[in-house]
Write a protein that binds this ligand. Structure first.
Ligand SMILES: Cc1ncc(COP(=O)(O)O)c(C=O)c1O
Length: 283
């Protein structure tokens, strides 16, 4: 089945999908985005993702390209046309096309693009069974990391460094030596006393939808969570480490920089939380 993209009101073959050279997303990274998982043909946490998209637009005083209901219909149609059973839908809103000038344009129409891609649940499961490695890097991003902006250069540099070092992800640390989050994931640890810890939401991190869903599941199961910052040292000396995101779900981490975590295999709590999250997605 050939891939179909949605671009400003039209469904077009993926290889022919394009936007104007003066789209402000292209020129200024003046745009926001969402990535929503699809499992068993169903969108996971659609409401949470749409709420966050609207919040990102509001924070940047950007008009929505359409109301929520029609946007949901476009999402469903993109999934249908691409025949996706398991994968992701990518949605991007920019402030639109206008002659290049820094202030907000007066009459530009916000632009909306959506694409969808398949993901293999088997490959994701294999990765979880093996665990992944992460590196730590200084967080050089701006002070509004709560906005899911397409301005991702620092995240790209962090991820590239991870790839060059053979790692899966880069966890960033702030000026106080506390971990903020991964380049496209939220970071969690279980300390030597067995306490589950993740950083509270603020302008320093993206409020992950996977993170929020897992926090609700922890409450349901009566599993205690400490919402506080943790240092690079605490990360390196943790009993278990894992990360969460819409594309990785709950992914155990087995090495941080040169430090092996536990016995170098995914921790039992991380794996249990992955199963709990998988069951939630299959509900
Ligand atoms: C910087 C950052 N943090 C965290 C996340 C995880 O968020 P979510 O669980 O909503 O995918 C992402 C996802 O792209 C991200 O880019």
């Amino acid at each position: 089945m050939s891939r179909i993209a949605y671009v400003n009101g039209q469904y077009v073959p993926h290889q022919h999908a394009c936007v104007h050279i003066e789209d402000r997303g292209y020129q200024f990274a003046d745009g926001v985005y969402e990535v929503v998982p699809i499992v068993g043909g169903k969108l996971i946490d659609e409401k949470g993702h749409l709420d966050r998209l609207w919040r990102s637009m509001n924070e940047l005083k950007m008009d929505a390209p359409m109301k929520r209901r029609p946007m949901q219909l476009v999402m469903a149609e993109v999934i249908r046309r691409n025949g996706i059973e398991n994968g992701l839908i990518y949605m991007q809103v920019t402030r639109g096309v206008a002659p290049r000038d820094h202030p907000f344009p007066k009459n530009a129409q916000p632009a909306l693009v959506m694409t969808a891609k398949r993901l293999s649940m088997e490959k994701a499961a294999q990765k979880a069974e093996k665990g992944v490695t992460v590196i730590t890097v200084p967080d050089i991003r701006w002070q509004r990391c709560d906005i899911k902006s397409v301005s991702l250069l620092p995240n790209i540099l962090a991820k590239q460094e991870a790839v060059e070092k053979g790692a899966y992800e880069a966890f960033q640390f702030d000026g106080e030596g506390n971990i903020t989050e991964g380049s496209s994931t939220n970071a969690w640890i279980i300390d030597q006393d067995g306490t589950l810890i993740t950083r509270p939401t603020s302008n320093s991190i993206l409020a992950g939808i996977t993170r929020a869903a897992l926090i609700e599941l922890l409450k349901e199961k009566g599993i205690k969570l400490e919402l506080r910052s943790f240092t690079v040292d605490e990360l390196r000396n943790a009993r278990e480490v894992f990360l969460t995101s819409s594309s990785s779900y709950v992914q155990p981490v087995v090495q941080v920089d040169d430090k092996v975590i536990g016995n170098g295999k995914p921790g039992s709590v991380s794996l249990e939380l992955r199963t709990i999250f998988k069951d939630y997605m299959d509900r």
